[in-house]
Design a protein around this ligand. Sequence first.
Ligand code: G6Q
Length: 556
Amino acid sequence: MRVNTLAPMAADTPMTLRSLDAWKRLEAHNAEIGSTHLRDLFAADSARGERLVAEAAGLQLDFSKNRISDETIDLLAALAAERGLAERREAMFRGERINVSEDRSVLHVALRMPRERSLVVDGTDVVKQVHAVLDRMGAFCERVRSGEWRGHTGEPIRNVINIGIGGSDLGPVMAYEALRHYSNREMTFRFVSNVDGTDFAEATRDLDPAVTLFVVCSKTFTTLETMTNARTAREWALAGLGGDKAAIAKHFVAVSTNDAGVAEFGIDTENMFEFWDWVGGRYSMDSAIGLSTMLAVGPGAFAEMLAGFHAIDEHFREAPTERNLPALMGLLAVWYGDLFGARTVAVLPYEQYLKRFPAYLQQLTMESNGKHVTLDGTRVDYETGAVYWGEPGTNGQHSFYQLIHQGTKLIPCDLIGFCEPLNPLGDDHDLLLANVFAQAEALAFGKTADEVRAEGTPEALVPHRVFEGNRPTNTILARRLTPETLGSLVALYEHSVFTQGTVWNINSFDQWGVELGKVLAKRIVPELQSPDEPELAHDSSTSALIRRYRAHRSGG
Ligand code: G6Q
């Protein structure tokens, strides 16, 4: 029997966020502590920096440089409890249909459960299904990586191109970049997502179709961009391989939930790796959507990455809120977003391999929590998801950090660092980590006018050189960037998103805004392509833009 605990739960939660007891206490507390400077909080408690630290799965979260006291954590934990975090978390882990607007389970946590576990949902053991696909992926990857899998002309595969967009691209490209150190350097990996032909053209211009494998990733196998790029890829491959359609089977594999769509496209379902509707696109990097990652790093490292995810899943499920890394990060995001009016969060990895991590997180966080109605469809009267953004350090320091240090906006930052470098060169790594610690220190403590004067600064310049400080940061420190650490880091943010969504009582697992984008352009395409002047019934701006484009386009 299908259980949907959330509809009754929503009905049982007549209290809006603002009317909750825990919320009112938090607001009153914020009025007291909100303006207290981090300088004073640290001065009053010499053990703060050792106490306000939590650790799990090799990740250490130093949250001491937040504008909080121990009482704040207690009150945030009480809010989470009153909002039913534990119950909703269990509902997710049990496979209940917590994605109410799409009537789906939310089971990315099952994608990384160990083989010996079992999770029966609607009569099916999903862990068994997951491992059956992982085994097929593993066997396929071994064949490609060893050179046993041959292309149409008998040559082994040297290049892999992932075609997908959104959740079928951002995870794979982020993971490939993050784990490049562990990847097979004999092979080239590229990612095509945009329907802008430039993306495909640049990705393939120097490649030989005879040694190129396309992984077409699409949950629905209907997405305009992916289908367009997949068709272009098929033409490109056939043109380079003598036009023999039999070549497709050697150079195309698909990852999808839609086997009919895959077959219709012309990819043999023998070459399809499946996943399920209970895996959201932005939560799919450890499903078969991770095939390109597995091709790059091998099944062993992929399994290590899944173990890293799972370790945080277990931690999130079991640890008390005040020691629970994802819960703490999620609750702190609520604290700043709703009680300090912070609109954005900066994620600043001090690790070049994580250069695509902020872009990945943008989808995870903003597509999940960019919602304005609660689970029961009522408009919220509080702020929900923040804008997430970021760039690797130290590059960002020479650019936008100025605004974080001395601007008028409060921007909580997550600084991410690793103790051991993957490419040790001289004392680079010490310099890198010195910057992590220095930035967090400067953001928290700033520099007073007296300190600036004491440096001999002329009086007229003093105000310009004052740093108010009191800018909050989390510092996440791990030993080394490994497949396992990467998994833990991603799961940390996934469950932080879940925690935020639970407090806000919104559905973090649908994406109607994306669905809109999937239909909007379809109406305009024929108007752009019509040989006769089309009758346009848009607003005057849209119609004028269409006419201008028709008048000026080159026609290719
Ligand atoms: C993710 C979103 C969205 C989706 C893409 C691609 O959560 O739903 O980013 O992943 O639109 O969709 P397909 O995988 O179906 O092509």
